[in-house]
Design a protein around this ligand. Structure first.
Ligand code: HEM
Ligand SMILES: *[C@@H]1O[C@H](CO)[C@@H](O)[C@H](O)[C@H]1NC(C)=O
Length: 163
């Protein structure tokens, strides 16, 4: 099983390649500027893509502005943002790449089981990048580093998800 995870990573790596240390540092330093804006980030995702909100049994059909200050919203926002923080932290050390692969594969499997699609993950990515671009010091180099990081992450998750 371990062997398979590492092998699968190498296949992904052959397409995109791991981040350079400069890219990893840019992703980390920009993420540090927003990683405590959990509710704000989930709000931005739901606002841009209501079909993502609709997949949550606890939020479906509810008015976004009325749920965003609630405890359930904060709890879930923290789960998602902590997951991203963990991936960003691990990705700064090449020795942890197999661990990142395992985590993101599990995320993909768990979300497939909930009927979440590749295109919803892509939309999540779009909303996240849009949030970052207006809340961190942004520029071509930061954008390119995030693109590379998200290409890698999405490639792993997509293996588990349907269209
Ligand atoms: C893009 C569409 C997505 C949808 C529709 C979606 C939906 C869901 C749902 C319905 C749950 C269960 C919530 C609960 O039972 O309280 C969940 C859990 C979770 N989601 Fe997502 N999610 C999406 C993307 C993501 C992404 C991109 C990440 C990470 C960056 C993520 C991270 C998590 C985590 C960490 C959990 C809690 C652990 C788990 O139950 O798997 N989600 N998601
Ligand atoms: C990188 O990760 C490995 C394995 O988890 C660990 O032993 C090592 O100390 C880490 N290196 C740095 C610079 O954090």
């Amino acid at each position: 099983m371990k062997f398979f995870a590492v092998l699968a990573f190498c296949v992904v790596g052959a397409i995109a390649g791991p981040l350079s240390s400069d890219e990893a540092a840019l992703v980390k330093s920009s993420w540090d500027q927003v990683k405590h804006n959990e509710v704000d980030i989930l709000y931005a995702v739901f606002k841009a893509y209501p079909d993502i909100q609709a997949k949550f049994p606890q939020f479906v059909g509810k008015d976004l502005d009325s749920i965003k200050d609630g405890r359930e919203f904060a709890t879930h926002a923290t789960r998602i943002v902590s997951f991203l923080s963990e991936v960003v932290t691990l990705s700064g050390n090449e020795s942890n790449l197999a661990a990142v692969h395992t985590l993101v594969t599990k995320l993909g499997k768990d979300h497939k089981a909930r009927g979440v699609t590749k295109s919803q993950f892509t939309n999540f990515r779009t909303a996240l990048v849009s949030y970052l671009s207006s809340h961190v010091s942004w520029g071509e180099n930061v954008a390119a580093a995030w693109n590379h990081a998200l290409d890698n992450t999405m490639a792993i998750a997509f293996k588990q998800l349907d269209d």
